[in-house]
Write a protein that binds this ligand. Structure first.
Ligand code: XLS
Ligand code: MG
Length: 344
């Protein structure tokens, strides 16, 4: 039995298309996914604004809220909550050069419109968290934007969201690159800096995705610990990543079990979840996966989280203290490896 509540996004069950080739699995309708998420043991669903309300740009503000209310009924039907809503700016033709930090004032205005609509949708879905994965808030041509101006624009955009609704909280999901070459908000350190500069830092925190930390050359558990130290880890996206290459969203633990263990360890040690936070998965099935196995990467990731929770429960903190007192980190390291390998 896990001590955590789990969430997942509808984009985590996809057709297998990538930038080099077409779909390999059939598309699954939203309600079918939601039903399956409930069956697999998830507690909540994460949404982009246009997952929740398709063709959002073509609808009026009232129509958008009405669509969101329909989705809320579907969630209620299967006993699931909504965890967050995230504006999917990077897919939109208005945001070719970014949203909140675009060089075009008109496009920055559009990005705000989508951010406000995401807040409206979140309220209809009964959640208060807005996630900002700042996909194109950066540059392909380094000289095309100033990191200084862009950072100020980002703070300004978040301030406007905080003003728009005093009950929402914003979690920035940092990533150092891809699809841009250099992003403006690449790590939890950047997120904490931006949070501190907003008008209400108590409502601005972070969402740490394991793969994004690895892409920044950092340890995901350390990034989580950094945000936890400021009570600002609002959510996590557990997954895995094999080194510095394209964003892989591998199943949790598939590449680095020790790193995965340390993520669960730091979350448990610091009571993550006791303020209603979810453990979110942001994992992708391999393109080779057949239709019949379209949800297996989710089940596998959940099982790895639970197995590692059991390892943390058995973790010998007395032995850890002894090793630390004797500065015998060789012994501590071998103990951890033995625990993970099932040798103790
Ligand atoms: C993509 C991001 C995305 C966010 C939500 O890499 O992880 O899925 O989590 O917008
Ligand atoms: Mg993510």
């Amino acid at each position: 039995m896990s001590q955590f509540k789990f969430s997942v996004g509808p984009w985590n069950v996809a057709s297998g298309a990538d930038v080099y080739g077409p779909a390999t699995r059939k598309e699954i309708p939203m309600e079918e996914k939601i039903k399956m998420f409930a069956k697999l043991g998830f507690d909540a669903v994460q949404f982009h604004d246009d997952d929740a309300v398709p063709a959002i740009n073509d609808l009026s503000e009232e129509e958008i809220k009405a669509e969101a209310r329909k989705l809320k009924k579907t969630l209620d039907k299967y006993g699931l909550k909504a965890e967050f809503v995230a504006p999917r700016l990077w897919m939109d033709p208005h945001c070719v050069d970014g949203g909140f930090t675009s060089n075009s004032a008109k496009d920055r205005e559009f990005a705000m419109w989508r951010a406000y609509r995401s807040i409206d949708i979140a309220k209809e879905l009964g959640c208060s968290l807005i996630v900002l994965w700042l996909a194109r808030e950066g540059t392909l041509c380094a000289e095309s934007k100033s990191a200084c101006v862009a950072t100020k624009r980002l703070v300004e955009a978040i301030d406007k969201m905080l003003d728009y609704d005093p009950t929402i909280r914003v979690a920035i999901e940092p990533k150092p690159n891809e699809p841009v070459d250099r992003s403006f908000c690449g790590t939890m350190g950047h997120v904490m800096g931006v949070s501190a500069a907003t008008k209400d830092p108590s409502r601005v925190g972070g969402l740490l995705e394991s793969a994004h930390a690895v892409l920044a050359g950092l340890d995901p558990a350390n990034e989580m610990g950094f945000a936890l130290a400021f009570d600002k880890l609002y959510s996590v996206h557990l997954n895995d990543q094999n080194g510095l290459k394209f964003d892989q969203d591998r199943s949790f633990g598939a590449e680095n079990l020790r790193q995965a263990f340390n993520q669960i360890k730091i979350l448990k040690e610091n009571g993550f979840g006791t303020h209603g936070e979810y453990i979110g998965l942001d994992v992708k099935a391999m393109r080779t996966t057949p239709d019949a196995a379209a949800y297996d990467h989710l089940t596998n990731s959940l099982n790895v989280v639970k197995a590692l929770e059991a390892k943390v429960d058995r973790y010998d903190y007395d032995f850890e203290r002894k090793c630390i007192a004797e500065r015998n980190y060789e012994a501590l390291e071998m103990y951890v490896l033995n625990l993970i390998m099932g040798l103790c």
